[in-house]
Design a protein around this ligand. Structure first.
Ligand code: MN
Ligand code: MN
Length: 477
């Protein structure tokens, strides 16, 4: 083939840069591995639809893979040593895992950080009411959703109810084949003349996102809210709760369907919550599978990213800093604050989050030369923010050069990406909060279609590639 190319063509190829389709660049063996890897990914997505469920899976898998709980390490007065595996679950909603390297902490940690919360619809504190012979639950959505996407679709209810006694009741309704599901209704087109004239953002209001929960009345003429009472009775029989218990609950409404293959060639994964479980799962898998490392490797999985990373389970908290402080404390007889600071400022992180892939149905919102594409490998995104990079994190070119070298040497397909056209909008990730600790950080994840919708799309090849990339990064010198 080579001899048919003109001198100009050869020169263009050697001098110009375009990311190629990763399927084309991959061997049959690699393709099979990508398909196989995504079987595990899909079943994990079905098991962990909320941050709590994800954190629970982290603990299970960590223990299976020889990780020891941080609290136990501290209690047993163990000292940090090469090959030691430690995990910590923070308030059941965020997690940190690490594999101790042969180098000292003063030489920095190789981190991968993802978030395990996803856009969804939360219940209000006093949710249950009856109207028109129907029982409904009031909600307040969580994260940036397009509300019209979340109605007339089967939904499941996940979460916990904490009773006054401290007892926690776990709720998962709508996931088994024979479970009931729930739904938010929408107006029929015949009567929607006014609704259809409204802006999409106003066609369905936040207060109208009420979940249909039941319709059989309790048989007693004297009772005013019979349907509500019947629901309370069922809840009491099933969980031993009363209405007041809703006030100390965290109940999340998520799509009831499972992850599926998409496309005749089965090349894509369609599922709820791939932002950011695609990066969280692959980062978790990478650290679980990790053998020996030079630098200590760490995986941090945070909550609340979709609403700004606030709170004591989010990336803006001291969650990561405290974990590393504990590592420093365990590494010598006397705790030194300067070791912590030096360790953090010499650490490097891949902020593992998704990017907006180019959607052929919606051309014009992205600069096609700088946007990311499904199936072209991992996305290295130098900066986030919007309209003048405001509120964003902008990675240092020295770090990007280092990563390019690593990925090119390891034959890992990569592309650049940005969220959208300069003046159109944008977003942020956990990168900025980690950068504040002095850590070298860049966003590095997977391109996604239909981001923040109930059914997000990824390429199986990209999922496998990002797993390999996180592994190589944590192993790198
Ligand atoms: Mn995200
Ligand atoms: Mn998001």
């Amino acid at each position: 083939m080579e001899e048919n190319k003109t001198q100009g063509q050869v020169l263009f190829e050697s001098l110009s840069f375009t990311a190629k389709n990763a399927w084309e660049k991959s061997s049959e063996d690699e393709k099979n591995k990508a398909f196989e890897f995504c079987e595990g990914y899909k079943s994990f997505l079905d098991k962990a639809k909320t941050e709590r469920e994800f954190a629970e899976e982290v603990e299970k898998l960590a223990l299976q893979n020889g990780f020891i709980a941080l609290d136990k390490v501290i209690k047993d007065r163990k000292k940090l040593h090469k090959g030691m595996k430690i995990y910590h679950i923070n308030r059941k909603k965020s997690a940190v895992l690490c594999v101790v390297g042969s180098k000292g902490l003063e030489e920095g940690i190789k981190m991968v950080g993802a978030h395990i919360d996803s856009p969804r619809i939360d219940l209000k504190q006093n949710p249950l009411y009856e109207d028109t012979g129907l029982a409904l639950l009031k909600t307040h959505y969580y994260g940036g959703i397009k509300k019209y996407q979340w109605v007339t679709t089967p939904m499941a209810l996940h979460g916990v109810i904490v009773k006054q006694s401290g007892e926690t009741v776990k709720v998962v309704l709508g996931e088994n084949e024979d479970d009931m599901v729930f739904t938010i209704t929408d107006l029929l087109p015949h009567l929607a003349v006014e609704q259809m004239q409204k802006k999409m953002s106003e066609g369905i209001t936040g207060e109208a996102l009420n979940l249909l929960f039941g319709s059989i009345p309790y048989n007693d003429e004297k009772v005013k809210e019979k349907v509500k009472l019947n629901i309370l009775k069922i809840l009491n029989e099933k969980y031993g709760i009363v209405e007041e218990d809703f006030s100390s609950a965290e109940l999340e409404i998520v799509p009831a369907f499972k992850a599926r293959d998409v496309g005749l060639d089965r090349s894509l994964v369609g599922a709820y919550g791939q932002d950011d479980r695609v990066c969280a799962y692959t980062a978790l898998k990478a650290i679980l599978d990790l053998k020996e490392v030079e630098h200590t490797a760490l995986c941090v999985l945070t909550d609340k990213e979709e609403i700004g990373s606030m709170g004591n389970t989010g990336a803006e908290s001291v969650l990561l800093e405290n974990f590393v402080a504990n590592l420093c404390s365990l590494s010598s007889d006397t705790y030194s604050d300067i070791l912590l600071r030096n360790c953090l400022s010499r650490s490097k992180m891949l902020s593992a989050d998704v990017n907006a892939g180019v959607d052929p149905n919606y051309e014009g919102v992205q600069d096609k030369k700088n946007a990311s594409y499904i199936g072209k490998g991992l996305v290295l995104q130098k900066y986030t923010g919007s309209r003048g990079k405001a509120g964003g994190s902008d990675a240092n070119p020295e770090f990007i050069a280092e990563l390019r070298k690593l990925f090119n040497e390891k034959n890992i397909p990569w592309q650049t990406g940005e969220l959208g056209k300069v003046d159109l909008g944008g977003g942020g990730t956990i990168a900025q909060y980690v950068a504040n600790l002095g850590v070298e950080v860049i966003d590095c994840g997977v391109a996604l279609l239909s981001m923040h919708s109930p059914f997000e799309i990824t390429s199986k090849m990209d999922v496998y590639i990002i797993y390999k990339a996180y592994t190589e990064f944590m192993k790198s010198r």
